[in-house]
Design a protein around this ligand. Sequence first.
Ligand code: SF4
Length: 315
Amino acid sequence: MPLDSVSHNFLTGRVEDLVNWARKSSVWPATFGLACCALEMMATGAAHYDLARFGMEVFRASPRQADLMIVAGRVSQKMAPVLRQVYDQMVEPKWVISMGVCASSGGMFNNYAIVQGVDQVVPVDVYVPGCPPGPETLMHGILTLHDGKGKKDRTVPLPQSILPELQAQLERVLKLHDQDIAAGYAGVFMDGLLEKKYPAAPRELVWQWFFPAKTLTLVPVQGEYRRYHLHESHVQKALRAAVRQAKLLKRVSAHTFRHSFATHLLQANYDIRTIQELLGHSDVRTTMIYTHTIQSRTVKEAKSPLDLDTTGVRS
Ligand code: SF4
């Protein structure tokens, strides 16, 4: 159809952008209040603050209908496995906001009964400071999630130094895939409706997990065995063991690697825009946070541009 025969204006765009926009505009939080912070969370949902304008007013009682967990309050050791289970049952993609000082670091409850930071249990996307954080602060956290990390991809360059290990892992995956196919397994678990679109894909090599779970999982309804990826908790356990072995005295979580990634690149004199892009920050001011940890070697004493010309020729 020629363009001039279209009688109305139209816009073009990518389906991916449309889906992300819809996702961002209808984040549904799980109903999960743990302590006093939860009252502020409830106040945020009430009429005065109106979370409905973000499409978020419906706190879901079932984690299967929620994609945001707001950890509002201190997390006791007893509650930690429950919290993790609720998180595991939430739909992908999902996010976590750690609300208040208690959820983020244990706060004033520096004792064995309270988890000293919920990022030891689930991966946290945004930390909301305060005791308790008011509704405005929580909403700021929600907007950070919308426009900051949730909006951009993060990129990590593959280190050349670990190529032999990656190659060995690939060999393991190839071998495991051959064994699984020979045993007649039903394939890997796939995201959303992908399997409907590509029914043969779960058994194809290209869709296998690079870090597969050790055992197969039984799907009782179909009576078939499938394979998940390695659970994040394995990485967390390995990290804890490494931290113990290295006798590090500071608290280290998987998130620490993100800070160390940025700080090392800054130390190597990478420009801040490149680091911003790699970290997926939409605003360079977020990336600037890392600059206080090291002394800049690129910033020189400020001079007038007129003085920069050392040839003596003025145009
Ligand atoms: S941060 Fe303050 S308000 Fe929130 S749970 Fe802890 S003590 Fe309560």
